[in-house]
Design a protein around this ligand. Structure first.
Ligand code: SF4
Length: 461
């Protein structure tokens, strides 16, 4: 069952798709199902990675905002921080069902050393009645990229609550790179054509798909434009300086005509601008996660700026083909491995995003499906083993720079693939499976717990 491209590119808020967007969706889903009368208390238990890095990722504010009915796509990004402060002062929360209950941050209990069996990002939400009875008791899992699932649902039902439902009745079903290539060969369509036909089959039209993808790209661009106007330090206490505003000024001055010699620096800028905005809790496009949200906008920006064939009248078409191709590759990672740093480390986030971006670029550079598959494979092959060890549990170091490095790696992967004929030794499916196995073997210290790597070797000031 292919995952919709719109599940992989969703509009949300920073700093983390699994730790912010997913918990907000879980809180909203839980509150929406509560009875309209009789609820006098709510308690939230966060487990594993959500508990160990939840403070740094804004999880507590996100789940509380979700309980009030906030939606990641529409919530005011400034509202979550206010919620936390106001929550303590008010000592009460107005739930999505209209009920106001006593609630303080102490009602969100952290269990960093307890991993629920199904996934490292577990959340249990309970509502109680006046006589102490439990009116609702649900366990959710934030499984990466803002997707949530609930105990009692099968893995096949792992869908974001707000996502478009995907069924099996698409014209070109695929769940692996090999199947995708077979569909391309059978139909004569490029990878983007396969993805487009499948999206259109999901009860919409080609025009609607295109319009929605262009809207997603607009949000990506707006994110960069906002970020390069903001200076100062990022929140969270690490005192990490925002760099994109200064770099933007310098690049505009030093490279007004976009000399290709400066291409790498513009790619760095876009990737870092997105991730600085994400670290601030701003509005970003999850692509396919928030921590890795800068890579696809940066590589897409490179394509639109430096590929001579993408003239102004072909720009929209290039955006659509790029995102569809990237989405097709992302769906393979989602189905066969994971895009969750808590499950497989950063290779699942930054590695998957680089692989998706390389595929998108290869397609708009005119690559064959085999070359597109090769580009995706190269980009992941050289991100295998990448750990997740954010300092202070914040999505800042190494995350922000890592997006810039990975974006340039993705461009290189696409360029390398385009120099070949698509025939290569390691298939995309083999590298996806290697990523999955490597993630399964990886110590939990390196899977979004901030208990190893840079997180323990760089002292917090
Ligand atoms: S290190 Fe990678 S996986 Fe971990 S929070 Fe940062 S971007 Fe996400």
């Amino acid at each position: 069952m292919p995952v919709s491209v719109f599940d992989l590119f969703s509009i949300g808020v920073g700093p983390s798709s699994s730790h912010t967007v997913g918990p907000m969706r879980a809180g909203a889903a839980f509150a929406a199902a509560l009875p309209t009368a009789g609820v006098v208390g709510v308690r939230v238990d966060l487990y594993g990675s959500l508990a160990s890095t939840g403070h740094g990722h804004g999880t507590l504010g996100a789940v509380a905002a979700g309980l009030t009915g906030a939606d990641p796509e529409t919530v005011d990004p400034d509202r979550m921080a206010l919620d936390l402060e106001e929550l303590e002062r008010a000592g009460a929360l107005r739930l999505a069902n209209g009920t106001t209950v006593p609630f303080r941050l102490a009602d969100i209990v952290l269990h960093p050393l307890t991993m629920l069996p199904r996934h490292p990002n577990g959340m249990r939400l309970r509502a109680s009645g006046a006589d102490g009875s439990v009116l609702a008791d649900e366990t959710y899992y934030s499984i990466g990229g803002g997707f949530i699932t609930r105990d009692g649902e099968t893995d096949a039902a792992e869908v974001a609550e707000a996502a478009i439902p995907v069924d099996d009745h698409v014209p070109h079903p695929f769940s692996s790179g090999a199947e995708l290539l077979v569909e391309c060969a059978r139909s004569g369509l490029p990878v983007s054509g396969i993805a487009l036909a499948n999206e259109v089959a999901l009860d919409t039209s080609e025009a609607a798909v295109r319009e929605r993808l262009l809207g997603i790209h607009t949000v990506m661009e707006q994110c960069v434009e906002r970020s390069v106007r903001r200076t100062g330090t990022l929140p969270g206490g690490l005192d990490v300086r925002r760099r994109s505003a200064t770099w933007y000024e310098q690049l505009v001055r030093d490279d007004p005509d976009h000399d290709p010699l400066f291409a790498m620096e513009w790619v760095n800028l876009v990737a870092m601008a997105v991730n600085e905005e994400n670290a601030t809790g701003g509005r970003v496009v999850t692509a396919p996660t928030n921590g890795a949200a800068g890579i696809i906008p940066a590589v897409l920006s490179y394509a639109l700026t430096y590929v001579p064939e993408i003239t102004a009248d072909r720009r929209d078409d290039a955006v659509v083909r790029f995102l569809l191709t990237a989405g097709a590759v992302g769906s393979i990672y989602k189905e066969r491995a994971s895009i969750s740093g808590a499950e497989v480390g950063c290779q699942g986030e930054v590695g998957s995003a680089a692989s998706m971006a390389a595929a998108g670029l290869a397609e708009v550079l005119g690559g064959t499906p085999e070359q597109v598959e090769n580009a995706a494979e190269i980009a992941m092959e050289h991100n295998l083993g990448l750990t997740c060890d954010p300092i202070g549990g914040l999505v800042q170091i190494p995350c922000i720079e890592r997006n810039a490095i990975a974006a340039n790696k993705a461009i290189n992967a696409a360029r390398m693939a385009l120099r070949g004929d698509g025939v290569h030794h390691v298939s995309l499916d083999q590298v996806v499976e290697t990523m999955r196995q490597t993630g399964a073997d990886m110590s939990s210290k390196y899977k979004e717990t901030a208990m190893g790597g840079l997180a323990v070797n760089v002292p917090l000031c």
